[in-house]
Design a binder for this molecule. Structure first.
Ligand code: NCD
Ligand code: ZN
Length: 375
C-alpha cells in the first residue's frame, strides 16, 4: 500500500492505488470488539441528523463534545442534548452517547454531583477560552475552577482537556507544548487525583508527558493526525479540509503518534475528534477548524495499523484502552474488518440540508479495509 509517511501532498499523487494491496489476492479478516470514540462532535439540528448515523454505524459509544452554541454547561442541558442525539439515531441503533459538560468559570459543583449521580455525565471538558471552535465560554483562569476540579477528583470523573494555550504571542505550532508546561504539569502536581485525558495529542512532547505520568492520565489520538502532517495542509495550496485544531504538526510528530497508537500502550486510545462543518464554511477565506472522519475512520485506522504490522494492536487502541480508563466494560459486540481487492467507496460528501454538505476526510490513499455490515 502507499505508505502515508511517504505520499506526496498533491492530490493527484495521493489517489494512486496501493501496489501492495493490489497484489494481496486473499481477503483478510479482522474481528475486534466494537470500537468506541472517546472524542466526538455530533453538533445539533440538521447537522446532527446528517452525521449521527455515520458514527453509530461502527461505534458502540462516544464521548460527546459539549461545544454547541450555547455550550452544554449544566446537567439538564446534557440530558436534553442526549435525547436529541437518541432521536437522531436510525431505528434499532443501540449507540450510546456518553455526555460531557462544558467547563466554565461559573460551573456548579452541586450540578455536577447530580449529573454524575444520575449516571448521565461521564466527563467534563476544559477548553481554554478561545482555543477552538465555539470555545468562547471556556476557562480563562484555572484558579476559578479549582473547587469544581476538586469535586471531579473526588467523584473520579475524567477531565477532558483541549491542550493548547491561546495567548496571541504563542505560535500556533507551539501551543500544545506551552500548555503542558504552563497549565497541565502544574495541574497534575496540584491535583494528582484528578483523572485527565489530554485530547487529540499532536506532538512528541504530549506523548512523552502522558507516558511520564504514573497513573490517572491518558491521551486520545485522532485518526487524521496519524495520517497528515502540516505539509499535507499547506504545501502546493492550502487544503481547508485538513485544517483542524490542534493543527497538524511536522512529520516527526506524526511518526511518534503512529508509534504510540500502534504500541498497545494503555494510556493511548482513539478519540476521532470527528468535527463536521458545512463544506462552504471550511472552503472560505476564514475556514472553520475541524475534520470529519466518522464515516471512514475504521478503514483508515486498519490501513495505518497494517502498514506498521500492528493490526493485532488495533483492538487495544479502539476498543479496550478507552473503556479501561473510563472504568467501563469493553463492548461485547464485535466489528469485523475485511480487506478487499478493490478500494472501499466512501462518499466524498454527505448531504446536510438545503444543498449543504459536509466533506468526508480524504486520507490521500485508497482504503482497502471495509467494515463488514451486519447481515
Ligand atoms: C473542533 C470543532 O469543530 O468543534 N474543531 C477541531 O478542529 N478539532 C473543536 C475541537 O475539538 O478543537
Ligand atoms: Zn474536538
Amino acid at each position: 500500500m502507499t505508505d502515508a509517511r511517504t505520499r506526496q501532498a498533491a492530490p493527484q499523487a495521493q489517489a494512486q492505488a496501493a501496489p501492495q494491496a493490489q497484489a494481496q489476492a486473499t481477503p483478510q479478516r479482522l474481528t475486534i470488539r466494537r470500537p468506541d470514540d472517546w472524542h466526538l462532535h455530533l453538533r445539533d439540528g440538521a447537522m446532527l441528523q446528517a452525521v449521527a448515523s455515520e458514527t453509530a454505524r461502527h461505534f458502540a459509544r462516544a464521548i460527546i463534545m459539549p461545544n454547541l452554541v450555547p455550550p452544554v454547561v449544566r446537567s439538564h442541558d446534557a440530558a436534553a442534548y442526549r435525547e436529541r442525539i437518541l432521536a437522531a439515531l436510525p431505528a434499532g441503533s443501540n449507540f450510546e452517547p456518553l455526555m460531557t459538560l462544558y467547563l466554565t468559570e461559573a460551573s456548579d459543583p452541586a450540578d455536577l454531583r447530580q449529573g454524575v449521580g444520575d449516571g448521565l455525565v461521564r466527563a467534563v471538558k476544559l477548553y481554554p477560552a478561545g482555543a477552538t471552535t465555539n470555545s468562547d465560554s471556556g476557562v480563562r483562569d484555572i484558579e476559578k475552577v479549582m473547587p469544581f476540579l476538586e469535586t471531579m477528583a473526588e467523584l473520579g470523573l475524567p477531565l477532558c482537556v483541549h491542550g493548547e494555550v491561546t495567548d496571541a504571542d504563542i505560535d500556533i505550532f507551539d501551543r500544545e507544548a506551552v500548555f503542558i508546561e504552563r497549565v497541565l504539569a502544574p495541574l497534575r502536581q496540584r491535583l494528582p487525583e484528578l483523572r485527565i485525558v489530554m485530547e487529540h495529542v499532536t506532538t512528541r512532547h504530549g506523548l512523552d508527558f502522558v507516558r511520564s505520568q504514573a497513573q490517572g492520565m491518558a491521551a486520545t489520538l485522532t485518526t487524521h493526525h496519524l495520517i497528515i502532517n502540516r505539509n499535507h495542509l499547506l504545501v502546493g495550496g492550502v487544503r481547508p479540509h485538513y485544517y483542524c485544531l490542534p493543527v497538524a504538526k511536522r512529520e516527526a510528530h506524526r511518526l511518534a503518534l503512529v508509534e504510540a497508537a500502534t504500541s498497545g500502550d494503555a494510556c493511548f486510545f482513539l478519540g476521532t475528534d470527528s468535527a463536521p462543518h458545512a463544506t462552504h464554511t471550511k472552503e472560505a477565506a476564514c475556514g472553520c477548524a475541524g475534520i470529519f472522519t466518522a464515516p471512514n475512520t475504521m478503514s483508515c485506522l486498519a490501513q495505518v495499523f497494517e502498514a506498521e504490522s500492528a493490526l493485532d494492536k488495533l483492538e487495544a487502541f479502539t476498543s479496550l484502552n478507552g473503556p479501561a480508563f473510563y472504568g467501563l466494560p469493553a463492548n461485547e459486540q464485535a466489528l469485523t474488518l475485511v480487506k478487499q481487492d478493490q478500494p472501499v467507496a466512501y462518499p466524498t460528501q454527505i448531504p446536510v440540508e438545503d444543498g449543504q454538505t459536509v466533506t468526508v476526510f480524504d486520507p490521500g490513499f485508497e482504503l482497502y479495509w471495509a467494515v463488514e455490515e451486519a447481515s
